[in-house]
Design a binder for this molecule. Structure first.
Ligand SMILES: Nc1nc2c(ncn2[C@@H]2O[C@H](COP(=O)(O)OP(=O)(O)OP(=O)(O)O)[C@@H](O)[C@H]2O)c(=O)[nH]1
Ligand SMILES: [Mg+2]
Length: 309
């Protein structure tokens, strides 16, 4: 989808609203004042991203990853109540479509209905493809099928927030030389009871099954595998990749391997488009205000000439 280039008057309108001068155009007692206030706040609201995809592809987790790692306002399909907190009405600026493998007919249909210039397609659950290289290959095949770029992201890893207890338990597993079994279910079997932990940490006495089930749910098999590698390979004294130093460092290391940061570029590339659509929205709001007759002259002049009469 293409869009009209910014006209000089739209550019000037942008300057007026972005410099905070829009509301001051009308008298504080004008009935238009509240409308302009609202229009300005909507224009300046944080970036809003809507996450879509087929059920089960990890859409809600993806939206959480965007919020927690990239600080954008994002909602997935299971989080409609979040819209209540958003400036009313919720309007997406960007769409992210989550695939979990090669696109199916339903994906193509859904993607075709989204605004092409503001839609970013991702291969989610990238960690389930065995290796980053394998995930990149699948993403490249998806991109070829769809004719748009597709980035591989592990949204669950991006949300990694292991607790101190989980960190301690993983450290003990790594010290005991345990690795992630090929069948996830086998990981649930306790092995550590009474096992003397790493140096200085006494024998283990927690609820191993609960910890193991929690880890699988929270970072899945690949996250556990990665954590065990980082904790086993890492020398806490080494300054270059101190993932084993503490739980915060491990969480940061896991998040850093999620690929979520690469979406920053995809978002930045679309910021001008978002600005364009927000100005279009602002214009139509102002047209409605002028049509009501409130401060009609000053607003119409602004819309036509992009400046104050
Ligand atoms: N391995 C892995 N699992 C993930 C990832 N993201 C989400 N999941 C899991 O996939 C399941 C579905 O995740 P949701 O985020 O609820 O996905 P959804 O698309 O909203 O799914 P529904 O609400 O069930 O339609 C959960 O068990 C998640 O833990 C990921 O990046 N990697
Ligand atoms: Mg969901």
């Amino acid at each position: 989808m293409s869009h009209a280039p910014m006209t000089p008057s739209t550019n000037a309108l942008a300057r007026v609203v972005e410099s905070g001068r829009l509301v001051a155009l009308v008298d504080p007692s004008s009935p238009a004042r509240a409308e302009l206030d609202l229009a300005v706040r909507r224009y300046g609201r944080p970036l809003q991203v809507q996450v879509d995809g087929r059920p089960g592809t990890g859409r809600d987790t993806f939206a959480r990853a965007l919020r927690e790692r990239l600080s954008v306002t994002a909602i997935g399909p299971g989080e409609a109540d979040r819209r209540a907190d958003a400036p009313d009405p919720w309007m997406a600026d960007l769409w992210m479509y989550v695939l979990s493998g090669p696109p199916r007919a339903a994906d193509r249909t859904a993607i075709a209905q989204m605004p092409a210039d503001r839609t970013v397609v991702v291969l989610g659950k990238a960690d389930t493809h065995g290796s980053p290289e394998a995930a990149a290959d699948v993403a490249a095949a998806c991109a070829e099928h769809l004719g748009v770029p597709v980035l591989a992201v592990s949204q669950l890893l991006a949300c990694a927030d292991l607790s101190a207890d989980e960190f301690d338990f993983l450290r003990r597993l790594a010290a005991a030389g345990e690795t992630m079994p090929s069948m996830s279910g086998q990981f649930l079997t306790p092995t550590l009871n009474g096992y003397p932990g790493p140096e200085g940490a006494g024998p283990f006495h927690g609820d191993e099954r609960v910890l193991r089930a929690g880890l699988l749910r929270r970072v899945d098999r690949h996250g556990i595998d990665l954590a065990l590698h980082l904790l086993a390979a890492d020398d806490p004294a080494a300054a270059d990749d101190p993932a084993a130093a503490d739980v915060a460092a491990l969480n940061t290391a896991l998040q850093g391997r999620s690929g979520i940061d690469r979406l920053v570029t995809s978002i930045r590339e679309r910021v001008d488009l978002v600005r364009h659509w927000r100005l279009t929205e602002l214009r139509s709001r102002l047209e409605i205000v002028a049509a009501r007759g409130w401060d009609r002259d000053v607003i119409e002049h602004l819309l036509q000439h992009g400046e104050v009469a």
